[in-house]
Design a binder for this molecule. Sequence first.
Ligand code: PLP
Length: 416
Amino acid sequence: MSPFQYRDSELCCEEVSLRALAAVVGTPAYVYSKASLLESLAGYGRAFHDVPHVVCYSVKANSNLGVLSVLAKAGAGADIVSGGELYRALRAGVPPKKIIFSGVGKSRDEMREALKADILMFNVESRAELRVLDEVALEMGIRAPVALRVNPDVDPQTHPYIATGLKTSKFGIPYHEAFEAYEEAATLKGLEVIGADMHIGSQLTKATPVADAVARVVALVKALRERRIEIRMIDIGGGLGIRYRDEKPPTHQEFATLLLPALREAGVTVLLEPGRSIVGNAGVLLTRVLYRKDTGAKKFVVVDGAMNDLIRPSLYGSYHEIVPVDQTRCARDLETVDVVGPICESGDFLAKDRELAQVEPEDLLAVMSAGAYGFVMASNYNTRPRAVEVLVDGNRYTIVRRRETYEDLVAGETAP
Ligand SMILES: *Cc1c(COP(=O)(O)O)cnc(C)c1O
């Protein structure tokens, strides 16, 4: 169940009124539910409980230290894609042996940092990267634990920007080259080959493409075993979708049921890298209506949140449900509006041609399902301070990142 429900006609996050919260922390504000984070993490735990597994939360979906530490305390590992994310994961208390380093462009410095931290595994995305990692590890006199990210070439049937498992994608090693790449990796003294990895895309609403990809990876693992290359771990990536509008993504259980037979048979430790499905529906962007505007051709609701706060609608054309915090507004007539921010770009919108109950200046709106790829993609465009982030736990809340100040915005800049 969503942690965002109306109580006494006010939208609440768990037991905290968003109206009362906005009065204290201001808007725009990201608000996350701790219970919801833990519930989705536990969903994976239940679904995969009968195989050895680690849920390595994909830090890029929402990298706030408060969010990370809640997940780390509950036993999650981390899937990182940069040295910065390594720093965050360690700061939040994620055990290094539960950290996986993914990404197509790791630098030597980042490799050294991760080797020094003694992480679980590097997901290597090219043969060139294999050779560099080998060099870096040898320089340090250690061996780097690696998996190869294999591109299984299946169509995940999602948005082109978030599909990563197709032949034309920049990610992973093409399936037909993977065997040879593994053979090379096995000869490199600075590497210890321990795993196989895949991640076919994001916001997947069907589990079958993942199952097809897992089958291909398992077949590869079996072939490698015949060559005495022992793969102990299969990382099946992240990507499970969430409901933004009317999508019906598989449940954790349905997802697991489809994938588990092949994984169990392979006798491996299963690694998962979910991001969106852990945090997406656990968060909203809270914004206040500034103005109503009617140009004759179109009606606009101008709000104080903008594309710099939440870029997904502008970047991917994504749909986010928008609801009034004051439930009595919902009884009003619907009108078709664009919900837009103050930024000087026509592409600055949170919703286009949306049927919304009539709202007034000063009303609060909640942009739903904004917990993933929301704040992390925020920028300071138009010199707008980034929003405050709040983590709610029952009837209490913590400001897990304060709103930026103008001083923050110019810190590090100097006139010549
Ligand atoms: C982004 C990403 C994830 C997380 O994807 P979600 O759709 O948020 O679950 C997992 N693994 C890798 C390698 C990624 O790049």
